[in-house]
Design a protein around this ligand. Sequence first.
Ligand SMILES: C[S@@+](CC[C@H](N)C(=O)[O-])C[C@H]1O[C@@H](n2cnc3c(N)ncnc32)[C@H](O)[C@@H]1O
Length: 264
Amino acid sequence: MSKRWFQAHQRDTWRRQARSKGYRARSAFKLKQIQEKFHLIREGDLVFDVGCHPGGWTQVAVEETGPNGLVIGIDLLASAPVEGAQMVTGDVTDSTSQQQILELLQEGMKVDGTLLPQGEQEQRLFNTIVSDISPRLTGQYDRDQAISLELVAMVFDFTLPLLAPGGAFVTKIFQGTGIEGIVKAAKQRFSRVQRFSPDASRNSSSEVFLVCKNKLPLPKKGSRDKSVAQELDLHLESEGIIQPKKDELSGEIKSGFRRIPKKE
Ligand SMILES: C[S@@+](CC[C@H](N)C(=O)[O-])C[C@H]1O[C@@H](n2cnc3c(N)ncnc32)[C@H](O)[C@@H]1O
């Protein structure tokens, strides 16, 4: 039996199961399996679903949060509505879409459409962030993996300030160069970080899910003044994968804690 045939067969099996259970995508089972193992989403939670189209993960998140929860999703592509969720069509890295998410969060609307009492509104933060985000794949693995890593860093940087202390975060990530930089940055911000391959994605690709539990009230020392994207760059520089960036004003080359004076 060829590996390709086996992988295609596995994907068809999950697709059939998804159809029979009313899920829009086989990926729904990935979140179900992550949830079974790690219990990231609880009843009544406020969940942010990043890269939500066509809505498989959103459906699972709505099931888990129940009638008192709220799921907000975002994707470049429009999705058919999911009862119990609010979906924004836009780019999560774009400030206009980010503003829309912030507004939805501040409105503090419950799934039944009622507003939260005044006073509670401003304090509302997400309890869980789930991200299955994936760039449009070109088929060139190294390139796709690098773009995906950068996207994941941007998702961390936008969403972490919106996640309540103690909250959980899960993201898809493609195995390969630089992944350790993201894992390291996550460990500075959460007390538990694990990689997990659900059965529904095993054998099908080189994706893995990074499950981060218990967001710390503040990042650990050394990370308080840095974004995840900056920490990823520092990691890639230290591995010799990217060139250190030049300081625009001084022209000096900045690399981690080491400053290399500009050559005349
Ligand atoms: C694997 S799919 C998500 C499947 C979804 N979790 C489900 O179960 O239905 C990945 C999604 O990430 C979205 N995406 C990629 N880049 C994005 C970006 N910058 N902002 C928002 N969504 C993005 C893609 O449009 C794509 O729909």
